[in-house]
Write a protein that binds this ligand. Sequence first.
Ligand SMILES: Cc1cc2nc3c(=O)[nH]c(=O)nc-3n(C[C@H](O)[C@H](O)[C@H](O)COP(=O)(O)O)c2cc1C
Length: 197
Amino acid sequence: MHASTLSSDRRAETDSPLLDVLVHRWSPRAYDATEAIDEAKLGSALEAARWSPSAGNTQPWRFIVARRGTPEHATVQANLVGFNKEWAGDAAVLIVAIAEHTNENGDAMTWAHYDLGQAMAHLSVQAHHDGLHVHQMGGFDGSALSDAFELDSRFAPVTVATLGTLGDPAQLPEVLQEREVAPRTRRALGDSVIVDA
Ligand SMILES: Cc1cc2nc3c(=O)[nH]c(=O)nc-3n(C[C@H](O)[C@H](O)[C@H](O)COP(=O)(O)O)c2cc1C
């Protein structure tokens, strides 16, 4: 496939049938840098996160939602690291996914990261179902973001996610163009299921 092809179909080659949205979900780096976010779809994505399960219904997730063109979006982008800084700023929205790892009494919230990850999974599935794309990132400066948004020490940024519509891979630096269209891969299921009694 040529790198300038719009890579809107990077479907998973699955061994068992999946929901369409799971087959077609993938993490792009080329985003349309001109289109504003569809507010209804953004609302649905955040609502999906809101309704995900959590340990004891503690809902230990918080989000910084920053639309392109705002100072907050620029702040989040500025605190990405490495090549993330080069592409993620094109996305209509940057979302900082934050875990409440310690409750108001000072007790550790053991499943906060697990619950936050599940909330982000629900968010990304809903967004892809609605024609948006999500790309989660671990490459950012968490303490700088905590300082910039004056987060209480009970909270920690865990990932930053892009949310937006697809752009053209040709807009990416060359090394990222190749990754944008390369086949998606996974190890065999049998290498993950360690007991199958
Ligand atoms: C917690 C987490 C951290 C990630 N960090 C980055 C990152 O910093 N930069 C990046 O380009 N992709 C990052 N990714 C995206 C993964 O590389 C991507 O999900 C994986 O290669 C599978 O591709 P797919 O989502 O298209 O199936 C991250 C994904 C997750 C879930």
